[in-house]
Design a protein around this ligand. Structure first.
Ligand code: PMP
Length: 481
């Protein structure tokens, strides 16, 4: 069992697309799926399209898991990777620095300066970035505080709808019970969870947006009060726009301003997880820019390497930097492959391409098109309860009854079936099921590359519509007449 404070009813299964087995089986030696048929074998990719070993081509309308922001086969990125491999593939990054890592940090910090961001570190995955963020936050209080602070500031407040990764720290902050429960007692202690900022399912009837945010403020203040008036809390952690866990939910207006205010009032750090929603995905480089707040620590991931390299980042504010400087003046966190020259060189080129081609702006423009098309295409769909998103990150939530928002029995697997049907028609979208306090939300996500063409975007929406309508008919056909 989980520790009592972690035992919340929040769970998500972000199913990896279930697709028919291809003729070429995945290696039986690979620890992949232990029961299900192996997934199809991908053999090549270009632009927004993947080619399978069967010869089928798939328009990747979810960019993998919202990773491929620039599509595949970008010649400048490939060239930058090859150049780095042929000049300096590796050096011990504890002993040396490299132009690749320095320049990548500089380009992000240059942008981040207007938000008070001062330093960057690069690791290999979003989960590792979150663990590094947690350690930095804990060390901040260790350095700035007296013995009492060191002893007391040991706890975290996260949210029931969050997902932050698979490592022990990141898993501890996440609300994904299938990914946690089998591993207890491997849980970090001292994490508690407040309610999600998820208006479609949680804003009460008769409550306006302001009232909803005020209620969430009350809950957060109460939780901080319970934890020694905030004196025990290292940080509040959340995704500005929640990705996989609840099917892409931007917070209600004013929510993040409220969180920042409450964190400041209780002297608690604010860590924003922008692993999925950062790097332009929501139409601004950082998702928090649209909220009028700045975090103490922010993580980036998927879009940083755009799928060309496994890399994620942690950016710390001037305040956190100054805190660290008061003590050891170092962050004792060394991984063999952190700041790796190859991944940094690739991510640097990704960032240059993003800026040179004004692709964040393009993401915003294409996002408006996607929003418009999705609303139009799914207006008649009887089980689509809610469509929400920002930039090129959109979620479609299915409900059994639009008036009550009652979800489907998870056994119906509507999200997974829609995904499977769309895949059969050549378009990849991303399914998931969120269960928070008993409300189960089946959804699919669309998160295409920012470089997707208008025609491809239309195809993605058309196929999504056809898949939704086909599964709706199947479900209706199953019902007793
Ligand atoms: N945070 C968020 C918001 C994510 O979406 C993810 C990955 N889905 C992670 C952290 C973990 O990143 P990774 O899978 O690269 O470890």
């Amino acid at each position: 069992a989980l520790p009592a404070e972690d035992a919340q009813e929040a769970t998500t299964t972000s199913t990896i697309p279930t697709t028919p087995a291809t003729t070429k089986k995945a290696s039986p030696a690979l620890l992949h799926r232990l029961i299900n048929a192996p997934p199809p074998t991908a053999i090549s990719a270009h632009g927004s399209t993947l080619t399978l070993s069967t010869g089928a081509t798939i328009l990747d309308a979810c960019g993998g898991a919202a990773v491929s922001i620039l599509g595949h086969g970008h010649p400048e990125i490939i060239a930058a990777g090859c150049a780095q491999l042929s000049t300096l593939p590796y050096c011990h990054t504890g002993a040396y620095t490299t132009d690749a890592a320095e320049s990548l940090a500089a380009i992000l910090i240059e942008d981040g300066k207007r938000f008070g961001l001062a330093k960057a570190l690069f690791v290999g995955s979003g989960s590792e970035a979150m663990d590094a963020a947690m350690k930095l936050a804990r060390q901040f209080w260790y350095e700035v505080g007296d013995e009492g602070v060191r002893e007391r500031k040991t706890r975290w407040v996260a949210r029931k709808q969050g997902y932050h990764g698979v490592t022990l720290g990141a898993m501890g902050l996440s609300s994904n019970l299938p990914r946690k429960v089998p591993y207890a007692p491997l849980q970090i202690p001292g994490v508690s969870f407040v309610g999600p900022a998820y208006a479609y399912q949680y804003q009460r009837a008769g409550e306006d947006e302001e009232g909803y945010v005020a209620r969430l403020r009350g809950e957060l203040e109460e939780e901080f009060e319970r934890l020694g008036g905030g004196k025990e809390v290292i940080a509040f952690v959340g995704e500005p726009v929640v990705g996989a866990t609840s099917g892409c939910t931007p917070a209600p207006r004013g929510y993040w301003k409220m969180v920042r205010e409450v964190c400041d009032a209780f002297d608690v750090l604010l860590i924003l997880d922008e692993v999925m929603c950062g790097c332009g995905r929501t139409g601004t480089f950082f998702a928090f820019e649209q909220e009028g707040i700045v975090p103490d620590i922010v993580t980036l991931g998927k879009g940083l390497g755009a799928g060309y390299a496994p890399i994620a980042g942690v950016l710390i504010s001037e305040r956190v930097l100054q805190g660290l400087m008061m003590g050891a003046g170092s962050f004792n966190h060394f991984q063999t492959y952190q700041l790796h020259p190859l991944t940094c060189a690739i991510a640097l080129e990704v960032q240059k391409v993003l800026r040179r081609n004004r692709l964040v702006e393009r993401c915003n423009e294409m996002g408006k098109l996607l929003e418009n098309d999705l609303y139009g295409a799914l207006a008649e769909a009887k089980y689509v309860g809610n469509i929400r998103g920002r930039g090129l990150l959109w979620g479609i939530e299915f409900v059994k009854d639009k008036s009550t928002k009652e979800p489907f029995d998870p056994k119906v697997e509507i999200g997974a079936r829609v995904q499977k049907k769309a895949f059969e028609m050549g378009v990849a979208i991303y399914p998931g099921v969120a269960t928070i306090d008993g409300i189960k939300g089946d959804h699919v996500l669309l998160a295409p590359p920012y470089t997707i063409t208008k025609e491809e975007l239309r195809q993605a929406v058309d196929v999504t519509r056809m898949a939704v309508l086909a599964i709706e008919s199947e479900i209706d056909g199953d019902k007793p007449k």
